[in-house]
Design a protein around this ligand. Structure first.
Ligand SMILES: Nc1ncnc2c1ncn2[C@@H]1O[C@H](COP(=O)(O)OP(=O)(O)OP(=O)(O)O)[C@@H](O)[C@H]1O
Ligand SMILES: [Mg+2]
Length: 167
């Protein structure tokens, strides 16, 4: 799958998927690009496909994707594939101190950290991260995905992803 509607807006990149399977596939391609230690933030309204995307990401890392369920209540799920994956969901967190108390962002240096609803606690986020934002449309099942790196590691990741998509 190649996301359609790819546009280049400087360092930011936008693509559109038109089904849950395409969103999964976009995550899978990203998973295959990762080298370890990346931080990915996934934001967008309820039901936008953040968990679906992480299932694809897990697939790309060699993790059985059916092991990946929403961590809304447990806050963090850990998986081991080609790289370790920490899948978090900040939806229910209200206090930034919980991040430290619960060691939520800990891991070995190779750990890939994927955080749903990261914008709920923006002050807690590592400086170098790839922001992945899901918005609805333009058509009914479409999701527009906007990728914004905030540091050199995230920029490398986005470049690798774009190379895979040939853009
Ligand atoms: N283009 C699309 N991409 C992703 N999911 C889609 C798309 N079109 C329809 N869907 C549907 O939207 C839903 C996305 O659910 P998912 O749990 O991944 O959302 P979420 O963003 O993680 O929600 P939450 O904020 O509750 O965690 C699924 O039911 C999926 O089938
Ligand atoms: Mg979710």
């Amino acid at each position: 799958m190649t996301p359609r509607g790819v546009t280049d807006a400087g360092i930011r990149w936008t693509c559109t998927t038109s089904s849950a399977d395409q969103t999964w596939d976009t995550g899978r391609v990203l998973g295959a690009c990762l080298e370890g230690g990346e931080v990915l933030t996934l934001d967008g309204e309820l039901g936008m496909g953040k968990t679906r995307f992480v299932q694809g990401l897990a697939d790309g890392l060699g993790i059985p994707p059916d092991h990946v369920t929403s961590p809304t209540f447990a806050v963090r799920h850990d998986h081991q594939g080609r790289l370790p994956l920490a899948h978090l969901d900040f939806y229910r967190l209200v206090d930034p101190d919980e991040i430290d108390w619960l060691d939520l962002l800990d891991g070995v240096p190779q750990t890939v950290i994927a955080i749903e609803w990261a914008e709920k606690l923006p002050t807690t986020l590592p400086a170098d991260r790839l922001s992945i934002r899901f918005t609805p449309g333009p058509a009914s099942d479409d999701r527009t995905i906007t990728w914004s790196p905030t540091g050199p590691v995230a920029e490398r990741t986005l470049r690798a992803l774009r190379a895979r998509h040939g853009t």
